[in-house]
Ligand binder design. Structure first.
Ligand SMILES: Nc1nc2c(ncn2[C@@H]2O[C@H](COP(=O)(O)OP(=O)(O)OP(=O)(O)O)[C@@H](O)[C@H]2O)c(=O)[nH]1
Ligand SMILES: [Mg+2]
Length: 211
């Protein structure tokens, strides 16, 4: 039986430049860098943090990579065993938002069973100058109404000024742990000591199997 701190793997997902690595760095060491020029992530990074949810410690491990790696052979280890995907877009770039359904499909196909959390980053960039390209509250509401069964949490954050990040990590840890506890309870309730369900469903099946 597994012991120790429950551990959950979360992959970062979303368009180039929406701030996935910035979220990763805030998670890892609470830092933020403003890169001049395009610096896409190459390779795979992972980092863990222990978060206390109520009376229980849980470990969240974030995985970050660039789009090219996800499509290469590295991709399979990226998706494998993921409990969740943090699907990111930039609140001041509608293109990164309108493409989200493609990313949801990608997660569903490659990381079966992973919960999806939606994260709008760069909330510090919401201003009148960027208004034309901003993802509005009504855009978000419409998207959520279409995808409510798919989304396990919705957040708005800024890596630049740290708004909303710790609350998001805490909430994700809570949701993932609660889900895991519910599954274990369900499994335990289904197993009655000394009772083998298969035999009752098909009495006599043992005879047929006997050689
Ligand atoms: N103003 C502002 N800039 C941000 C924020 N988050 C990230 N950035 C900047 O956005 C740029 C892209 O951020 P990254 O974290 O590299 O984005 P990414 O999604 O990892 O990009 P890829 O690796 O290419 O997929 C960098 O110049 C960051 O400094 C934020 O919350 N506010
Ligand atoms: Mg990156």
């Amino acid at each position: 039986m597994a012991t120790g701190v429950p551990s959950y793997k979360v992959i970062l997902h979303g368009e180039y430049g929406v701030g996935k690595s910035s979220i990763f760095r805030r998670f890892m060491n609470n830092s933020f860098t403003t890169a001049t020029g395009k610096q896409s992530t190459i390779g795979l990074d992972q980092c863990s943090r222990t978060i206390n949810v109520g009376s229980q410690d849980v470990k969240l491990t974030l995985w970050d990579t660039g789009g090219m790696e996800r499509m290469s052979f590295i991709g399979s280890s990226y998706y494998r065993g993921a409990h969740a995907a943090l699907l990111c877009y930039s609140v001041n770039n509608r293109d990164t938002f309108t493409i989200l359904s493609q990313y949801i499909l990608d997660i569903v196909m490659n990381a079966e069973g992973a919960k999806i959390f939606l994260c709008g980053n760069m909330s510090d960039q919401l201003s009148s100058e960027t208004a034309a390209n901003v993802v509005t509250d009504s855009d978000l509401e419409q998207f959520m109404s279409q995808c409510e069964d798919v989304l396990s949490g919705v957040y708005r954050v800024s890596c630049k000024d740290s708004t909303g990040l710790d609350e998001m990590f805490m909430d994700m840890a809570k949701v993932l742990h609660q889900d895991s506890v519910s599954r274990m309870t369900l499994r335990r309730d289904l197993i009655i000591p000394g009772h083998t369900p298969d035999r009752d469903v098909n009495p006599g099946s043992d005879k047929r199997r006997c050689c």
